[in-house]
Ligand binder design. Structure first.
Ligand code: NAD
Length: 319
């Protein structure tokens, strides 16, 4: 059985092993696959793994040997799952693997906005402390989170994990979600409507998926409803934010700081307005990527194939 991984590099840049997958068949792993090489590389393989390489209707029509497709990610918008279904090909994703890592990263971004750890470290190395007349100095306002309010938009797995960290540092949490699980409410956690969350939060963290209903949920109208000086974190999906509107709000000072791990087009384009906006931290979509999370992802990807081969397919998104 031939197994092809079309774009394995971001999952395993060399610090993990494909050993388990090698034991299941004749495995070829490509770091990345350009569009004009997809069909050639799939060839007569029966098993195809993809992370971000698109598998279109045409791919399924021209690669008749494919029996099963495995995503190396949660999102499966790169695969035409209906076309696969018509051919009887199950497509399996990784429903969850990095909840703790993404929540931790949302907080890393928030703590950086509150303390500017790296900028202060650099200032010290440049001699600013040595030349300081006082025993200490700070170049940015420093912010204590205890007693402040975090608004979490999208209160699923990652939103809830982020809330636990927020509560641990003494924050109150306001949650907005289409589905409310009132059992999660407590003295420090309450579900509210979106407008109330916008009006009362000192920090707003986005954890809802990208749907038509959530696209552009942070825009000039919703920003206008926020507290002056609010901070925004996005570790979910770039298009949740209208970037021009956020850049304008950062530059005017309406929003005191933003930190985003995801942007509208990835990799980021050099004309993205957030690149030049004031007080904006941008990281290259790394919240998911600690080795522990990638290892978990790799194991689930192989478990998915083993389950299919055993006749009990799991995590199939096109049933
Ligand atoms: P989840 O499905 O557990 O939670 C999403 C929540 O959003 C659900 O509770 C859902 O009811 C809610 N929701 C859906 N539509 C909504 C709407 N219109 N308004 C408000 N809430 C709505 O997903 P999760 O595991 O918590 O992941 C959340 C998101 O994080 C993913 O969709 C993905 O985009 C993102 N993510 C990013 C990274 C990264 O590396 N930056 C890694 C993993 C996931």
């Amino acid at each position: 059985m031939k197994i092809v991984v079309l774009d394995g590099y971001t999952l395993n840049p060399g610090d993990l092993t494909w050993e388990r997958l090698e034991k299941l068949g004749d495995l070829t792993v490509y770091d990345r696959t350009p569009a004009d090489k997809i069909l050639e590389r799939i060839g007569d393989a029966e098993i195809v793994y993809t992370n971000k390489t698109p598998l279109t209707r045409e791919t399924f029509e021209k690669a008749p040997n494919i029996k099963w497709v495995g995503l190396l990610a949660t999102g499966y918008n790169v695969v035409d799952v209906d076309a696969a279904k018509e051919k009887g090909i199950p497509v399996a994703n990784i429903p969850t693997y990095g909840t703790a890592a993404v929540a931790q990263f949302a907080f890393a971004l928030l703590l950086e906005m509150c303390h500017h750890v790296w900028a202060h470290n650099e200032a010290v190395k440049k001699g600013e402390w040595t030349n300081c007349p006082d025993f200490c100095f700070w170049n940015y306002p420093l912010i204590e989170l205890a007693g402040k309010t975090m608004g979490i938009i999208g209160f699923g797995r990652i939103g809830q994990a982020t809330a636990k960290i927020a509560q641990a540092v003494g924050m109150k949490v306001l949650a907005y979600d289409e589905y409310q699980n009132k059992a999660l409410e407590s003295d420090t956690l309450k579900y509210v409507e979106l407008d109330e969350l916008l009006a009362k939060s000192d920090v707003i963290s986005l954890h809802c998926p990208l749907f038509e209903s959530t696209k552009g949920i942070i825009n000039k109208n919703t920003i206008a409803k926020m507290k002056d000086g609010a901070m925004i974190i996005n570790t979910s999906r770039g298009p949740l934010i209208v970037e021009e509107d956020l850049a304008e709000a950062l530059n005017s000072g309406k929003i005191a700081g933003a930190a985003v791990d995801v942007v509208s087009t990835e990799p980021i384009k050099m004309d993205n307005p957030l690149l030049k906006a004031k007080n904006c931290i941008i990281t290259p979509h790394i919240a998911w990527a600690p080795k522990e999370s990638r290892e978990r992802l790799m194991n689930i990807a192989v478990d998915n194939l083993e389950a299919f081969l055993a006749g009990n397919p799991v995590n199939v998104v096109n049933k």
